[in-house]
Design a protein around this ligand. Structure first.
Ligand SMILES: Nc1ncnc2c1ncn2[C@@H]1O[C@H](COP(=O)(O)OP(=O)(O)OP(=O)(O)O)[C@@H](O)[C@H]1O
Ligand SMILES: [Mg+2]
Length: 450
């Protein structure tokens, strides 16, 4: 739009104004025709533009829809095949596509009438010039040659107008697109960088009456949580699915901000610590392991490019990733495809754990990060982390009690509330939920024995 606009928008108005001026000098009588035709054209163009703009805007939304359906179909191709619902998905795509087509046709129909109407007006003007000019020639006030020259100017002016109209048509599309793009670009992050940042020196974590909801009008996912975690402790968090475990830990590195209450690290509100400082000191292994295309090595060094070969090895060994990396022909140089498609779930998890361990964070958060590992590997991982991350605070979310049993403190979360805090033994005695989880996983005998 800018490319086209720059040239045409400079040339066309000059041609138009110059044409009118010259035509007026040629014959002021005949120029009266402009007073009628030009306003009609301008009014018409304005009407069409204002009507077509909303149409283009919805068209842009329909394009979104088509992209959305197509992306879902591509990403979920195996699920679709497994459920044999190809035809259904095809129908969904067809529907979105038809929708887009109908909308495009409506918008184009609006635009397409511009050309013929303008041409019609031009031709009527020429007829008017010939007719009125005829009288003037007969009366002897105008020469025949001047009529021809006048018609030339007239077509010149109209062509210039047509060009402006063409650009305007593009303009309404461009504006609809630009609005859409700006909607995304102008979105402000709700996580604000503090103006004056405080450095971290101490790493006790404290939740003070923290509540959290994902959206302003949605239900609270975490309700009035208060607890403290001492620096260097190992904390387990356990609770049913949807209890709010992942939501809770994401408040610490400010992936989300608490809706009410305060999250403090070393006595300072996390909102007063610069994001860089905060996230530099906190290592999070998120529940969903997302890898980036590159090599296994580059993925592990993702947040710490200057890692030495020893550091890389150490991280891989600690994360129990070494065993499978060694088996690969090209080791660390093994290619990782987009989103880590060519690695198994457990391999992905281990690479993403190594990626965090290599940075030696002061606070390490593991969100159900060993769920895809077998029991033996998991316990080796636990041992390595305990050994290598001495001094760091470790927060582990787990579904399996065996993973958190020997933690200094276990937080039992139930529907966004703390149901109990204590060691394994304490909770077995005092907490019904914990006890029932323990019985279901370890067996009644083992629990009663303790
Ligand atoms: N991005 C999100 N937007 C809106 N609601 C969310 C979002 N993520 C989670 N929730 C909701 O918050 C609640 C708690 O989710 P959360 O992921 O914290 O549970 P969880 O304890 O980690 O569960 P799991 O053990 O299955 O990982 C759920 O009811 C979920 O529907
Ligand atoms: Mg979770």
């Amino acid at each position: 739009m800018v490319m086209m606009g720059l040239r045409i928008l400079v040339r066309a108005p000059l041609l138009c104004i110059g044409g009118i001026f010259m035509a007026y000098r040629l014959s002021s009588d005949l120029s009266g025709i402009f007073v009628i035709t030009i306003p009609i054209i301008l009014i018409f163009v304005t009407i069409v533009m204002t009507r077509s703009f909303p149409l283009f805007k919805t068209m842009q939304e329909k394009i979104d829809k088509v992209n959305n359906v197509m992306r879902e179909n591509l990403l979920g191709v195996r699920v679709i095949k497994a459920f044999t619902i190809e035809h259904k998905q095809k129908d969904r795509f067809d529907m979105a596509n038809d929708d887009l087509m109908t909308q495009s046709v409506r918008a184009q129909k609006m635009m397409i009438i511009l050309n013929p109407v303008v041409m019609l007006l031009v031709n009527f003007s020429i007829i008017a010039v010939l007719w009125y000019g005829g009288f003037l020639v007969e009366a002897g006030t105008l020469e025949t040659g001047k009529i021809m020259a006048f018609i030339n100017y007239l077509t010149q002016i109209m062509m210039a107008l047509m060009m402006v109209i063409m650009v305007s048509m593009n303009f309404s599309r461009a504006k609809a697109s630009a609005d859409r793009i700006n909607e995304v670009l102008m979105t402000e992050s709700s996580i604000k960088e503090p103006t004056a940042s405080q450095a971290l020196a101490q790493y006790d974590i404290e939740f003070k009456d923290v509540s959290f909801k994902y959206h302003e009008h949605s239900e609270e996912v975490l309700k009035h949580l208060s607890f403290t975690i001492k620096q260097g402790n190992r904390i387990g968090i356990i609770g049913g699915t949807g209890a709010g475990k992942s939501s809770l830990v994401q408040l610490i590195p400010r992936l989300y901000d608490a809706s009410a209450g305060e999250v403090l690290i070393g006595g300072k509100n996390v909102k007063e610590i610069s994001l860089h400082e905060l996230r530099d000191k906190i290592g999070v292994v998120l529940q969903e392991s997302i890898l980036f295309s590159g090599t296994i090595g580059s993925n592990i060094k993702f947040g710490y490019h200057d890692a030495t070969a020893e550091e890389l090895d150490q991280a891989a060994i600690n994360a129990q990733a070494m065993e499978f990396i060694k088996l690969k022909e090209s080791g660390y140089q093994t290619e990782v495809e987009q989103r880590g498609k060519n690695l198994s779930g457990g391999q992905k998890q281990r690479v993403s754990i190594a990626r965090t361990l290599i940075r030696k964070p002061q606070i390490l958060i593991l969100d159900d990060s060993s769920s895809a590992l077998d029991m033996a590997t998991e316990s080796k991982l636990q041992g390595a982390i305990k050994e290598q991350m001495k001094g760091s605070t470790i927060i582990m979310i787990a579904q399996r009690i065996s993973a958190v049993m020997d933690a200094d403190q276990i937080i039992v979360l139930d529907q966004g509330q703390i149901s109990g805090i204590g060691t394994h033994e304490e909770l077995l005695k005092s907490n019904g939920i914990y006890r029932s989880i323990a019985i279901s996983q370890l067996g009644e005998e083992a629990v009663n024995h303790e």
